[in-house]
Design a protein around this ligand. Structure first.
Ligand SMILES: Cc1cc2nc3c(=O)[nH]c(=O)nc-3n(C[C@H](O)[C@H](O)[C@H](O)COP(=O)(O)OP(=O)(O)OC[C@H]3O[C@@H](n4cnc5c(N)ncnc54)[C@H](O)[C@@H]3O)c2cc1C
Length: 386
Protein backbone atom coordinates (compact mmCIF):
# COMPACT_ATOMS: atom_id res chain seq x y z
CA UNK A 1 0.00 0.00 0.00
CA UNK A 2 1.05 3.65 -0.44
CA UNK A 3 2.94 5.47 2.27
CA UNK A 4 1.13 8.17 4.24
CA UNK A 5 2.39 11.06 6.36
CA UNK A 6 -0.09 10.26 9.10
CA UNK A 7 -1.96 7.02 9.80
CA UNK A 8 -4.95 7.46 12.10
CA UNK A 9 -6.15 4.23 13.70
CA UNK A 10 -9.84 4.55 14.60
CA UNK A 11 -12.49 6.52 12.75
CA UNK A 12 -14.50 7.79 15.70
CA UNK A 13 -14.73 11.48 16.38
CA UNK A 14 -11.26 11.76 17.90
CA UNK A 15 -9.67 10.06 14.88
CA UNK A 16 -11.76 11.89 12.31
CA UNK A 17 -11.22 15.34 13.79
CA UNK A 18 -7.46 14.63 14.00
CA UNK A 19 -7.42 13.40 10.41
CA UNK A 20 -9.36 16.45 9.20
CA UNK A 21 -6.94 18.88 10.89
CA UNK A 22 -3.83 17.03 9.69
CA UNK A 23 -5.17 16.83 6.12
CA UNK A 24 -6.08 20.50 6.21
CA UNK A 25 -2.49 21.25 7.22
CA UNK A 26 -1.38 19.53 3.99
CA UNK A 27 -0.43 16.04 5.20
CA UNK A 28 -1.31 12.82 3.36
CA UNK A 29 -3.59 11.14 5.87
CA UNK A 30 -5.33 7.77 6.03
CA UNK A 31 -7.95 6.75 8.61
CA UNK A 32 -8.22 2.99 9.20
CA UNK A 33 -11.18 1.53 11.07
CA UNK A 34 -12.14 -1.97 12.09
CA UNK A 35 -15.74 -1.28 10.99
CA UNK A 36 -17.53 1.58 9.27
CA UNK A 37 -16.27 4.98 10.45
CA UNK A 38 -18.36 6.70 13.07
CA UNK A 39 -20.18 3.53 14.02
CA UNK A 40 -19.09 3.22 17.65
CA UNK A 41 -19.29 5.56 20.67
CA UNK A 42 -19.06 8.81 18.72
CA UNK A 43 -22.32 8.40 16.82
CA UNK A 44 -24.05 6.71 19.77
CA UNK A 45 -23.39 9.55 22.22
CA UNK A 46 -25.96 11.97 23.55
CA UNK A 47 -24.02 14.87 22.11
CA UNK A 48 -23.18 17.08 25.09
CA UNK A 49 -20.10 19.19 25.56
CA UNK A 50 -18.91 18.85 29.16
CA UNK A 51 -16.80 21.83 30.27
CA UNK A 52 -15.04 19.66 32.88
CA UNK A 53 -15.39 22.35 35.55
CA UNK A 54 -14.51 19.82 38.26
CA UNK A 55 -11.13 19.12 36.64
CA UNK A 56 -8.98 22.23 36.19
CA UNK A 57 -6.35 20.26 34.20
CA UNK A 58 -8.87 19.15 31.60
CA UNK A 59 -11.19 22.15 31.53
CA UNK A 60 -8.95 24.36 29.31
CA UNK A 61 -9.10 21.76 26.50
CA UNK A 62 -12.89 21.49 26.94
CA UNK A 63 -13.20 25.28 26.82
CA UNK A 64 -11.09 25.32 23.66
CA UNK A 65 -13.60 22.85 22.19
CA UNK A 66 -16.41 25.19 23.26
CA UNK A 67 -14.83 27.94 21.14
CA UNK A 68 -14.47 25.63 18.12
CA UNK A 69 -17.98 24.11 18.18
CA UNK A 70 -19.86 27.20 16.83
CA UNK A 71 -17.44 27.37 13.87
CA UNK A 72 -17.85 23.77 12.73
CA UNK A 73 -20.86 24.05 10.38
CA UNK A 74 -19.01 26.59 8.29
CA UNK A 75 -15.61 24.94 8.71
CA UNK A 76 -16.78 21.48 7.67
CA UNK A 77 -19.52 22.49 5.25
CA UNK A 78 -22.10 20.15 6.81
CA UNK A 79 -24.65 20.72 9.62
CA UNK A 80 -23.82 19.56 13.14
CA UNK A 81 -27.01 20.86 14.83
CA UNK A 82 -24.83 22.52 17.48
CA UNK A 83 -26.88 24.50 20.03
CA UNK A 84 -25.16 26.53 22.73
CA UNK A 85 -27.95 27.15 25.20
CA UNK A 86 -26.48 26.02 28.52
CA UNK A 87 -26.79 23.10 30.86
CA UNK A 88 -28.96 22.21 33.86
CA UNK A 89 -28.24 19.56 36.51
CA UNK A 90 -31.33 18.93 38.64
CA UNK A 91 -32.20 17.05 41.85
CA UNK A 92 -35.51 15.37 42.61
CA UNK A 93 -35.09 13.95 46.14
CA UNK A 94 -33.00 14.40 49.31
CA UNK A 95 -30.13 12.20 48.17
CA UNK A 96 -29.93 13.86 44.76
CA UNK A 97 -30.03 17.27 46.42
CA UNK A 98 -27.13 16.35 48.72
CA UNK A 99 -25.17 15.05 45.69
CA UNK A 100 -25.97 18.22 43.75
CA UNK A 101 -24.46 20.38 46.51
CA UNK A 102 -21.24 18.33 46.35
CA UNK A 103 -21.20 18.76 42.56
CA UNK A 104 -21.70 22.52 42.93
CA UNK A 105 -18.63 22.74 45.21
CA UNK A 106 -16.58 20.72 42.71
CA UNK A 107 -17.63 23.00 39.85
CA UNK A 108 -16.23 26.00 41.65
CA UNK A 109 -12.71 24.75 40.96
CA UNK A 110 -12.75 26.76 37.71
CA UNK A 111 -14.07 30.22 36.90
CA UNK A 112 -16.91 28.92 34.69
CA UNK A 113 -20.07 30.62 36.00
CA UNK A 114 -22.65 28.33 37.66
CA UNK A 115 -25.75 29.29 39.62
CA UNK A 116 -27.49 27.16 42.25
CA UNK A 117 -31.17 27.70 41.41
CA UNK A 118 -34.52 26.83 43.00
CA UNK A 119 -37.53 24.85 41.73
CA UNK A 120 -39.15 27.76 39.91
CA UNK A 121 -35.89 28.82 38.25
CA UNK A 122 -35.34 25.23 37.07
CA UNK A 123 -38.83 25.19 35.55
CA UNK A 124 -38.16 28.54 33.89
CA UNK A 125 -35.18 26.89 32.14
CA UNK A 126 -37.15 23.70 31.26
CA UNK A 127 -40.91 24.32 31.54
CA UNK A 128 -41.80 20.60 31.16
CA UNK A 129 -39.74 19.60 34.25
CA UNK A 130 -41.69 17.80 36.95
CA UNK A 131 -42.87 20.07 39.82
CA UNK A 132 -40.99 17.61 42.08
CA UNK A 133 -37.68 19.16 41.02
CA UNK A 134 -35.95 20.42 44.18
CA UNK A 135 -33.05 22.53 42.86
CA UNK A 136 -30.55 22.77 40.05
CA UNK A 137 -27.16 23.95 38.94
CA UNK A 138 -27.33 26.04 35.81
CA UNK A 139 -24.75 27.48 33.46
CA UNK A 140 -25.49 29.36 30.24
CA UNK A 141 -22.24 27.89 28.85
CA UNK A 142 -21.93 24.55 26.97
CA UNK A 143 -24.25 22.96 24.44
CA UNK A 144 -25.12 19.88 22.42
CA UNK A 145 -25.06 18.61 18.84
CA UNK A 146 -26.32 15.68 16.78
CA UNK A 147 -23.71 12.90 17.18
CA UNK A 148 -24.46 11.18 13.88
CA UNK A 149 -24.38 14.44 11.97
CA UNK A 150 -21.13 15.57 13.61
CA UNK A 151 -19.33 12.30 12.94
CA UNK A 152 -20.56 12.27 9.35
CA UNK A 153 -19.59 15.93 8.90
CA UNK A 154 -15.98 15.30 9.94
CA UNK A 155 -15.72 12.19 7.75
CA UNK A 156 -17.15 13.94 4.68
CA UNK A 157 -15.08 17.10 5.21
CA UNK A 158 -11.93 14.98 5.51
CA UNK A 159 -12.79 13.16 2.27
CA UNK A 160 -13.63 16.46 0.55
CA UNK A 161 -10.03 17.49 1.25
CA UNK A 162 -8.76 14.27 -0.36
CA UNK A 163 -8.32 12.27 2.86
CA UNK A 164 -8.45 8.48 2.56
CA UNK A 165 -10.70 6.25 4.71
CA UNK A 166 -10.14 2.49 4.88
CA UNK A 167 -13.09 0.71 6.52
CA UNK A 168 -13.61 -2.90 7.70
CA UNK A 169 -9.86 -3.25 8.23
CA UNK A 170 -8.76 -4.02 11.79
CA UNK A 171 -5.33 -2.80 12.80
CA UNK A 172 -3.43 -5.55 14.63
CA UNK A 173 -0.10 -3.90 15.43
CA UNK A 174 1.95 -0.75 15.33
CA UNK A 175 5.21 -1.39 13.45
CA UNK A 176 8.49 0.14 14.57
CA UNK A 177 12.11 0.10 13.47
CA UNK A 178 15.09 1.65 15.23
CA UNK A 179 12.90 3.33 17.84
CA UNK A 180 10.55 4.97 15.31
CA UNK A 181 7.13 4.12 13.99
CA UNK A 182 7.09 2.80 10.40
CA UNK A 183 3.42 1.92 9.92
CA UNK A 184 0.70 -0.47 11.05
CA UNK A 185 -0.16 -4.08 10.37
CA UNK A 186 -3.77 -4.48 9.25
CA UNK A 187 -5.95 -7.39 8.20
CA UNK A 188 -5.32 -6.23 4.61
CA UNK A 189 -1.53 -5.95 4.92
CA UNK A 190 0.98 -3.32 6.00
CA UNK A 191 0.21 0.39 5.76
CA UNK A 192 3.37 2.50 5.82
CA UNK A 193 3.74 5.88 7.49
CA UNK A 194 6.09 7.68 9.85
CA UNK A 195 3.42 9.03 12.22
CA UNK A 196 0.69 6.95 13.77
CA UNK A 197 -2.15 8.41 15.81
CA UNK A 198 -3.95 5.81 17.92
CA UNK A 199 -7.61 6.79 18.37
CA UNK A 200 -9.12 3.31 18.73
CA UNK A 201 -10.75 4.04 22.12
CA UNK A 202 -10.38 1.05 24.50
CA UNK A 203 -8.49 -0.94 21.88
CA UNK A 204 -5.59 1.55 22.17
CA UNK A 205 -4.56 -0.35 25.30
CA UNK A 206 -4.17 -3.59 23.33
CA UNK A 207 -2.22 -1.92 20.51
CA UNK A 208 0.29 -0.42 22.93
CA UNK A 209 0.88 -3.52 25.10
CA UNK A 210 3.42 -5.08 22.66
CA UNK A 211 5.35 -1.77 22.72
CA UNK A 212 5.70 -2.10 26.48
CA UNK A 213 3.37 0.83 27.10
CA UNK A 214 0.62 0.68 29.70
CA UNK A 215 -2.16 2.84 28.26
CA UNK A 216 -4.92 2.60 30.86
CA UNK A 217 -8.24 2.78 29.07
CA UNK A 218 -11.08 0.26 29.22
CA UNK A 219 -14.58 -0.04 27.81
CA UNK A 220 -17.90 0.04 29.63
CA UNK A 221 -21.41 -0.16 28.25
CA UNK A 222 -23.83 2.76 28.27
CA UNK A 223 -27.41 2.62 26.98
CA UNK A 224 -29.47 5.16 25.10
CA UNK A 225 -32.88 5.77 23.52
CA UNK A 226 -34.98 8.33 21.71
CA UNK A 227 -38.71 8.91 22.03
CA UNK A 228 -41.11 9.91 19.30
CA UNK A 229 -41.00 13.70 18.77
CA UNK A 230 -42.90 16.26 20.82
CA UNK A 231 -43.22 20.02 20.30
CA UNK A 232 -40.06 22.05 21.07
CA UNK A 233 -39.82 22.37 24.86
CA UNK A 234 -36.21 23.14 25.82
CA UNK A 235 -32.73 23.74 24.42
CA UNK A 236 -30.34 23.15 27.33
CA UNK A 237 -28.46 19.95 28.15
CA UNK A 238 -30.42 18.31 30.99
CA UNK A 239 -28.74 16.00 33.53
CA UNK A 240 -30.46 14.56 36.60
CA UNK A 241 -32.15 11.54 38.19
CA UNK A 242 -29.43 9.29 36.73
CA UNK A 243 -30.03 10.24 33.10
CA UNK A 244 -29.04 12.86 30.51
CA UNK A 245 -31.82 14.00 28.16
CA UNK A 246 -31.60 16.49 25.30
CA UNK A 247 -34.38 17.46 22.92
CA UNK A 248 -33.32 17.01 19.31
CA UNK A 249 -33.97 19.45 16.51
CA UNK A 250 -36.88 17.23 15.41
CA UNK A 251 -38.34 17.16 18.92
CA UNK A 252 -37.36 13.66 20.12
CA UNK A 253 -36.19 13.25 23.70
CA UNK A 254 -32.74 11.61 23.42
CA UNK A 255 -31.51 10.04 26.65
CA UNK A 256 -28.67 7.97 28.06
CA UNK A 257 -28.00 6.52 31.44
CA UNK A 258 -27.65 3.39 33.44
CA UNK A 259 -24.94 1.37 35.14
CA UNK A 260 -22.20 -0.24 33.17
CA UNK A 261 -20.14 -3.36 32.94
CA UNK A 262 -16.58 -3.83 31.76
CA UNK A 263 -16.34 -4.79 28.11
CA UNK A 264 -13.31 -6.47 26.59
CA UNK A 265 -12.67 -5.30 23.05
CA UNK A 266 -11.22 -7.49 20.31
CA UNK A 267 -9.47 -6.39 17.13
CA UNK A 268 -11.58 -8.40 14.74
CA UNK A 269 -15.01 -8.24 16.31
CA UNK A 270 -17.45 -5.47 16.80
CA UNK A 271 -18.11 -5.37 20.56
CA UNK A 272 -21.55 -6.67 21.50
CA UNK A 273 -23.85 -3.85 22.51
CA UNK A 274 -27.12 -5.34 23.71
CA UNK A 275 -29.83 -3.34 25.37
CA UNK A 276 -30.87 -4.69 28.77
CA UNK A 277 -33.65 -3.93 31.29
CA UNK A 278 -31.66 -0.78 32.06
CA UNK A 279 -33.36 0.80 29.06
CA UNK A 280 -36.74 0.29 30.73
CA UNK A 281 -35.45 2.16 33.79
CA UNK A 282 -34.19 4.99 31.59
CA UNK A 283 -37.63 5.23 29.95
CA UNK A 284 -39.33 5.30 33.36
CA UNK A 285 -36.95 7.95 34.63
CA UNK A 286 -37.65 10.16 31.61
CA UNK A 287 -41.34 10.19 32.54
CA UNK A 288 -40.48 10.97 36.19
CA UNK A 289 -38.39 13.94 35.11
CA UNK A 290 -40.70 15.07 32.29
CA UNK A 291 -44.27 13.84 33.06
CA UNK A 292 -45.41 14.92 29.59
CA UNK A 293 -43.19 12.18 28.12
CA UNK A 294 -45.63 9.54 29.36
CA UNK A 295 -47.60 10.13 26.15
CA UNK A 296 -44.57 9.50 23.92
CA UNK A 297 -43.30 6.17 22.63
CA UNK A 298 -39.80 4.75 22.62
CA UNK A 299 -38.73 5.07 18.99
CA UNK A 300 -35.28 3.45 19.10
CA UNK A 301 -32.85 2.19 21.71
CA UNK A 302 -29.19 1.22 21.48
CA UNK A 303 -26.05 0.87 23.54
CA UNK A 304 -22.45 1.96 23.06
CA UNK A 305 -19.02 1.24 24.49
CA UNK A 306 -17.61 4.18 26.42
CA UNK A 307 -13.90 4.38 27.09
CA UNK A 308 -12.89 5.16 30.68
CA UNK A 309 -9.52 5.97 32.24
CA UNK A 310 -8.51 5.48 35.91
CA UNK A 311 -9.06 9.14 36.86
CA UNK A 312 -11.91 9.73 34.36
CA UNK A 313 -9.83 12.30 32.51
CA UNK A 314 -8.69 12.35 28.90
CA UNK A 315 -5.25 11.03 27.96
CA UNK A 316 -3.16 12.79 25.29
CA UNK A 317 0.37 11.50 24.78
CA UNK A 318 3.12 11.91 22.16
CA UNK A 319 5.93 9.36 22.52
CA UNK A 320 9.70 9.71 22.06
CA UNK A 321 10.02 5.94 21.90
CA UNK A 322 8.75 4.93 19.47
CA UNK A 323 9.10 8.34 17.85
CA UNK A 324 6.14 9.29 15.67
CA UNK A 325 3.53 7.67 17.91
CA UNK A 326 0.72 9.78 19.33
CA UNK A 327 -2.24 8.39 21.25
CA UNK A 328 -5.36 9.65 22.92
CA UNK A 329 -8.33 8.32 24.80
CA UNK A 330 -11.36 10.17 25.99
CA UNK A 331 -12.89 9.31 29.30
CA UNK A 332 -16.56 9.14 28.51
CA UNK A 333 -16.83 12.77 27.42
CA UNK A 334 -14.74 12.90 24.26
CA UNK A 335 -17.68 13.69 22.00
CA UNK A 336 -17.63 17.26 23.28
CA UNK A 337 -13.84 17.48 23.47
CA UNK A 338 -13.12 15.97 20.04
CA UNK A 339 -12.84 19.28 18.17
CA UNK A 340 -9.96 20.51 20.35
CA UNK A 341 -8.45 17.03 20.75
CA UNK A 342 -8.23 16.83 16.95
CA UNK A 343 -6.27 20.08 16.80
CA UNK A 344 -3.91 18.90 19.56
CA UNK A 345 -3.29 15.45 18.08
CA UNK A 346 -2.78 16.71 14.52
CA UNK A 347 -0.24 19.26 15.75
CA UNK A 348 1.54 16.67 17.90
CA UNK A 349 1.71 14.26 14.95
CA UNK A 350 2.93 16.84 12.44
CA UNK A 351 5.07 19.18 14.56
CA UNK A 352 5.83 17.22 17.72
CA UNK A 353 4.25 19.94 19.87
CA UNK A 354 0.93 21.71 20.24
CA UNK A 355 -0.38 25.05 21.39
CA UNK A 356 -3.52 23.33 22.72
CA UNK A 357 -3.71 23.19 26.56
CA UNK A 358 -2.82 19.54 27.21
CA UNK A 359 -0.61 19.98 30.30
CA UNK A 360 -1.32 17.32 32.88
CA UNK A 361 -3.16 15.05 30.44
CA UNK A 362 -0.19 12.76 29.66
CA UNK A 363 0.62 9.27 30.88
CA UNK A 364 3.05 10.49 33.54
CA UNK A 365 0.16 10.91 35.94
CA UNK A 366 -0.28 7.12 36.01
CA UNK A 367 3.26 6.31 37.19
CA UNK A 368 2.99 3.34 39.55
CA UNK A 369 -0.23 2.00 38.02
CA UNK A 370 -0.13 -1.75 37.30
CA UNK A 371 -1.71 -3.71 34.42
CA UNK A 372 -4.39 -4.90 36.85
CA UNK A 373 -5.52 -1.33 37.50
CA UNK A 374 -9.18 -2.13 36.88
CA UNK A 375 -9.42 -4.67 39.68
CA UNK A 376 -6.94 -2.95 42.04
CA UNK A 377 -8.99 0.20 41.87
CA UNK A 378 -12.13 -1.81 42.60
CA UNK A 379 -14.00 0.47 40.29
CA UNK A 380 -17.72 0.66 40.45
CA UNK A 381 -18.18 1.44 36.79
CA UNK A 382 -21.91 1.62 37.39
CA UNK A 383 -21.48 4.73 39.49
CA UNK A 384 -20.39 6.66 36.45
CA UNK A 385 -22.76 8.61 34.26
CA UNK A 386 -22.10 11.01 31.37
C1 LIG B 1 -24.65 6.21 24.95
C2 LIG B 1 -23.47 7.13 25.02
C3 LIG B 1 -23.65 8.46 25.37
C4 LIG B 1 -22.56 9.35 25.41
N1 LIG B 1 -22.80 10.68 25.63
C5 LIG B 1 -21.76 11.57 25.55
C6 LIG B 1 -22.00 12.95 25.65
O1 LIG B 1 -23.14 13.43 25.76
N2 LIG B 1 -20.93 13.79 25.60
C7 LIG B 1 -19.66 13.34 25.44
O2 LIG B 1 -18.74 14.15 25.39
N3 LIG B 1 -19.41 12.01 25.31
C8 LIG B 1 -20.42 11.13 25.36
N4 LIG B 1 -20.18 9.79 25.24
C9 LIG B 1 -18.78 9.34 25.12
C10 LIG B 1 -18.25 9.62 23.73
O3 LIG B 1 -19.10 9.02 22.79
C11 LIG B 1 -16.83 9.06 23.62
O4 LIG B 1 -16.03 9.63 24.63
C12 LIG B 1 -16.22 9.43 22.26
O5 LIG B 1 -17.08 9.14 21.20
C13 LIG B 1 -14.90 8.67 22.06
O6 LIG B 1 -14.44 8.93 20.74
P1 LIG B 1 -13.42 7.95 20.07
O7 LIG B 1 -13.17 8.46 18.70
O8 LIG B 1 -12.26 7.75 20.97
O9 LIG B 1 -14.17 6.54 20.11
P2 LIG B 1 -15.11 5.76 19.08
O10 LIG B 1 -16.16 6.62 18.50
O11 LIG B 1 -15.54 4.51 19.79
O12 LIG B 1 -14.13 5.38 17.90
C14 LIG B 1 -13.11 4.45 18.03
C15 LIG B 1 -12.99 3.76 16.69
O13 LIG B 1 -11.86 2.89 16.73
C16 LIG B 1 -12.18 1.77 15.95
N5 LIG B 1 -11.30 0.66 16.31
C17 LIG B 1 -11.25 -0.04 17.47
N6 LIG B 1 -10.32 -1.00 17.40
C18 LIG B 1 -9.76 -0.90 16.17
C19 LIG B 1 -8.73 -1.63 15.50
N7 LIG B 1 -8.09 -2.65 16.08
N8 LIG B 1 -8.41 -1.27 14.24
C20 LIG B 1 -9.05 -0.23 13.63
N9 LIG B 1 -10.02 0.48 14.23
C21 LIG B 1 -10.37 0.15 15.48
C22 LIG B 1 -13.65 1.50 16.27
O14 LIG B 1 -14.26 0.71 15.27
C23 LIG B 1 -14.21 2.91 16.35
O15 LIG B 1 -14.77 3.36 15.13
C24 LIG B 1 -21.24 8.88 25.17
C25 LIG B 1 -21.06 7.54 24.81
C26 LIG B 1 -22.15 6.67 24.73
C27 LIG B 1 -21.93 5.25 24.30
Amino acid sequence: MDSHDVIVVGGGLIGLSTAYRARKAGARVIVIDRGPVGYEASSRATGYLSLRAETPTESPLAQMAERIWPTLDEELGYPTEWKQKGRLWAAFDDQELADLKVTYDLFRKTDIPFEFIDTQACRDVIPILSPDVRAGIYTHRSGHANPQRVTQAFAWAFQDLGGVILEHTPVHAVLTEGGSVTGVQTSAGTVHGGRVVLAAAAFNARLMEPLGILFPVAGVRLEAMVTTPMPPAYDVCFIGHGISVRQTLRGNLHANGGPHEWIDVQADQEPAKPNTPIIRNIARRITEVFPVAASLQMLRSWAGIVELTPDLNTIVQAFDNPAGLVAAAGAGHAFGMAPSLGVALAELALEGRTSAPIEGLGLERFAGLGPDWRSVRNWQAGAYNT
